[in-house]
Design a protein around this ligand. Sequence first.
Ligand SMILES: C[S@@+](CC[C@H](N)C(=O)[O-])C[C@H]1O[C@@H](n2cnc3c(N)ncnc32)[C@H](O)[C@@H]1O
Length: 248
Amino acid sequence: MTENEPKKRMSGGKPETAKRERQTKPIDMNNATRMMTHKVKTARGRKISSKLWIERQINDPYVKEAKIKGYRSRAAFKLLELNTKFELIKKDALVVDLGCAPGGWVQIALKLGADRVVGIDLLPVEPIGSADMIEMDFMNKNAPKVLREKLKRKPDIVLSDLAANTTGHRQTDHLKTVALVESAADFAMEILKPGGSFVTKVFQGGAEEKLLAMLKKSFKTVKHAKPKSSRAGSPEMYLVAKGYRHNN
Ligand SMILES: C[S@@+](CC[C@H](N)C(=O)[O-])C[C@H]1O[C@@H](n2cnc3c(N)ncnc32)[C@H](O)[C@@H]1O
């Protein structure tokens, strides 16, 4: 699991209507981290990993900034950064968001002018504006059909921030992640409109070679990116494929 680890914390942010955005300078990670290092005492029964997670959350400037801006996850900043670099979400776009809970990317896609967002997640997501949320396993064989029915037309962009719950067994976790990325890519290539884009989280140094080769054949450009807001110690990065070549 990544930054929104505790499944109980579904929508940490303020309600959409109450959200009032503050004009803030870009976050200076080094300075912010220096200024806010808090330690959490290990309570009896609390696992060390849980203590470390709480400590990291408290000391993370992006978590703090997400709260101020009313974003439901710090992941929101990753999509903002990727969008600044790659100009992904155009006005009136139809967006698919795979692994959308708790909804940070949905908020950003709408804020950037998307006409409609259709998201899917194992977890329920509290409503966000006009977005359609499907509570379902994306790996279920019926998921593509359910998504297609909601979309009604070919989307401009498929986003995937899917991250499997980790088991602690490295090889199992790796295989689970690879399966999610491959399914997201298959779905994107089946549904995108010509010229469309696909963004996916990948782990451990980037996409698998076979997948990368396939994407390079099917899209005009394919690039890896590690947004600043993605934790330096995390093996995650993103793959951004633009200019879908239809009928390849
Ligand atoms: C890193 S979080 C996504 C954060 C989101 N982009 C945001 O901005 O709030 C990854 C999500 O993938 C979801 N997920 C993992 N496996 C899934 C699956 N098989 N089907 C649907 N969702 C899945 C998890 O439930 C989790 O909510």
